[in-house]
Design a protein around this ligand. Sequence first.
Ligand code: ADP
Ligand code: MG
Ligand code: MG
Length: 883
Amino acid sequence: TKWVYSFGDGRAEGRASDRNLLGGKGANLAEMCSLGLPVPPGFTITTEVCTYYYSNERSYPAELTAQVEAALEEMGKIADRKFGDPAKLLLVSVRSGARASMPGMMDTVLNLGLNDETVEALAKDSGDARFAWDSYRRFIQMYGNVVLNIDHDIFEEILSDEKGRLGYELDTEFTADEWREVVALYKEKVEAEIDRPFPQDPREQLWGAIGAVFSSWMNPRAMTYRRLHDIPASWGTAVNVQAMVFGNMGETSATGVAFTRNPSTGEKALYGEFLVNAQGEDVVAGIRTPQSLTERARLESGSDKPSLEKVMPEAFATFVQVADKLEAHYRDMQDLEFTIERGKLWMLQTRSGKRTTRAALKIAVDMANEGLITHEEAVCRIDPASLDQLLHPTLDPDAPRDIVGTGLPASPGAATGQIVFSPDEAEELKSHGVKTILVRVETSPEDIHGMHAAEGILTTRGGMTSHAAVVARGMGKPCVSGAGALRVDYKAGTMLALGRTFKKGDIITIDGASGQILAGRVPMREPSLSGDFSIIMEWADEIRRMKVRANAETPLDARTARKFGAEGIGLCRTEHMFFNDERILAMREMILSDKEEQRRMALAKLLPMQRADFIELFEIMAGLPVTIRLLDPPLHEFLPKTEEEINEVAQAMGVSADKLKERTEELHEFNPMLGNRGCRLAISYPEIAEMQARAIFEAAVAAAKSTGQPVIPEVMVPLVGVASELTYVKKIIDDVAKEVLAESGAELDYLVGTMIELPRAALTADTIAKEAEFFSFGTNDLTQTTFGISRDDAGPFLETYRKKGVIEQDPFISLDVDGVGALVKIAAEKGRSTREGIKLGICGEHGGDPASISFCETVGLDYVSCSPFRVPIARLSAAQAAC
Ligand code: ADP
Ligand code: MG
Ligand code: MG
C-alpha cells in the first residue's frame, strides 16, 4: 500500500481532488506544486494511516518507516539538503490536516530537526545566530507543548521573565546570546517536567510529532468539534511533513495570511496581514499587531506601519500573481498562508476562505458576473442556514449610543447581553436562557463551546484573522476583536473601558459592523434584504421546482412571509387566533358549555372575529393559496387555569364557579396529544367545524370582492387516521360551502384536504386521497407518532442519545429520512395512485430545514411551508435541491 505522497519542484503525487486521502492541506499543497507555484517540498502521510493506527492499537503499517525515509530522501534532494545532517541541514514542519479544516487538532510544529548541534550549523549556514537561536527556542516551545504536553504557559512565563529582566517590549529585540539563554532555561524546564532531556535525535523528534498528530485526532477538543460539525471520526487526519522556509531571517523575511477577496464584505480586493521577521502563528496569535498587505488597506485603516506592497514590492508583486492564479484555478475565494524568506515568496497553504454571509453573496454574484462560475454554482455556493445572519437585527442608527470603546469589526451583526469572562459561564447562563457577551483577551479552540453559547464575542487582542474573528464569522456571531484600549481582568471579573469599570453580569452591546462597544442595551433594527441577496434569491427562484409557502396566521407574519417571497400560506393554525384576550373568553364559554345550544351561542361570537382574520389574510396573500387548518389542539389548552379566570368565565356563562370546575375536570385527559383533538374535535362537536368553515367561505367571498382576485381557500382537516373521518368532516365543510354560496350568490373554488401526520394515514393514503384533494405532511406530529416520542418531552433524552452516539440527529430538527421519510414516500405514491396530480406539501418545522427540503425534492412534493423568517432559506434550499 502507498501510505506516503510526495510533492515538490513542480510535481506532486497527489492533487486537489485527493482531499479524502491527503486531507485538505495536503491535497492543496500537492495541487499548488503541480501548478508550478513556489511550495517548499514535502510529503503527506495519508488519512488511511490514521485509520490503521486506530484499528491496530495505535501502531503503524509495517511499510510506513521505509516510505517516510524514501520521501525524506526525495525532499532532501529537491531542497539540496539532508534531514539530520548538520552539514546540509534540513529542517521540517509537521502539520496536521483533516478533510475539513478542524480546530482542536494538534498545532503545527516548526523547525523540527534542531538540536544543540544543528542549531550551531544553522547559525553558521545562515550567517545569522540570532535567527538560529530564535528558531531553536520556538521549536522547543512548540514541541514541548504539543508533543510533550508541557503547558504553554510554562514557556511563556520564562519568556516574559526574561523580557522583563532585559527590559524588552518585543521578542524581536532579543540577541542571539539572549535566545541561547532562553533555550538553556527551556531545556532545563523540559527535563524537570518529563524527567529526561529534550529529545536531540531528529528522527525521534519526527516520529514523536507524527504520533502526536494522529493522537490528537481523538483528543477531547477535536471530538467536541467533530460532534458539533457532524464530522465522522472515521475520516481520520493526514500528516504533512514539509521543508522549512524562514520568515524570521531578519528584516527581508516575513510571514502572513491573506484572502483573495475581503472575507467580511466580499469586495474584490486582496486582503490580509503580515509580520516582518516572524514565523508561523505569530500573525494569528496577536503577538504583535500585524501590518496590512496592500497600501490601500493601510490607508483605510489609518495605520502608520508600512504595507507589504511598500516594504517588499517584488515579493508582493509575485504574491498578487499567485493569488490571482489560485483564485482562477479553484474558482473560489482563497485563504492563503505564505512566508517570505530573504525576499523570496513561498506558499504554505491555500483553501476556500471562510466568509461572512454578506461576503459569500457578493462573491457568488460577482464571480457569476465575471463568468467564473454559473448561476447554478453561485446559488449552490451559499449555505442556506447562513442566511439567518442576514435576517439578524442591526443597531438602530438613530438610537443614542453610549460608546465605551472600539475594536475591529470582525464579524457583522449586533448583540446585547451580560458580560461573562469565561466560556463555561457563557454556557451555564445560556442553559438558563440568559444572553451573554463573551469577553476575552483572545480566544483559542478551547473556548469554542462558550463562543457557541454567547450572543457575541469581544476580544481585546488579535486582528481580523485572529481565532475569535475567524470562528465568529463561521458561526455567524457578531464579534468585535482587538479592542486594545479595554483592560480585562479575569481574576477580578472586570473590564475597564474609558475609565469605567464593567463587572461580570453588566449589560453591554457590541456592533460587529462598526466595531463599537456600547454600555447597556441599544435598540435594534430589522435588516433590509436587497442587493446581492435578492439577486441570489432571483437566481434561486429560476432554478427551483418546489414552491415555498409560509406557516402564518397573524397579519404581521403573513406580511413578513410575503416580504421574504412566500408564495402562499401552507399552514394557518386557527387555534392561534383564539388566544388573545377578548377571544379566549368566548372560546372558554364554548368549550365549557355542555349543551350544543350554548356552544353555538359562543361560536356565534367567535364567527365575526374569525371571519375578519381570514379576510385580512386573504387580502394580504391576494391571489395566493392559503391553507387553513381546522381547530387542532386538545381543548384543555384553552381552559381557564387561575381562580380569577374561572370566575370570569363562570360569570359570563351565568353558571357557578363550582360547576365550571367540575366541567373542567371532566375535560381532563391523561395523554392529550393522543386525545380528543384534530378531526376528532370536529366529529365530537361538528358546530365548531361549521363555524370555522363558514368564516372561511364568507371571508373568501368578501376578499375576492375587495381584491378583485380569485381566492382559493384550502381547508385542511388535521389528524385524520381513517378515511371515513375525513368523509365525515368533509361533508360538514361542503354543506357550509353550499349554504354560503347560495346566500351570497358568489362563485368560489375551494379544496378540502388533510394533514398526513399519523402512520395509519400514510399507509392508507390511497383510500384517503379519494376524499382529500391535497395532502400536507405534518411532520412534527408524524415524527412524534412514528417514533412514539413526545416532542415536548424529547429534548433531554434526545440530547443524551446524541452525546452517546445512539442517534446522529434530532429527528424533530432534521427529517428522519429512513423512517418518517419512508412514510412520506409511501403516502405520496399511494395518494397519487388514486388521485393523479394530488397536491402535496409539507408544513412541519422540517419545511425550513435544508436537508429535509432536499428530501422533499426527491419525493416530488409541490411545496414546502415554513416559518416566515425561514422562507429565504427554504427558497435557496429548494433551488439547491433541484440542481
Ligand atoms: P494551521 O492548520 O493551524 O493553519 P499550519 O500547518 O498551516 O497550521 O501551520 C501554521 C503556520 O505555520 C503556517 O501558516 C506557516 O506560517 C507556518 N508553517 C508551516 N509549515 C511551514 C514551513 N514548512 N515553513 C515555514 N513556515 C511553515
Ligand atoms: Mg494553516
Ligand atoms: Mg399536528
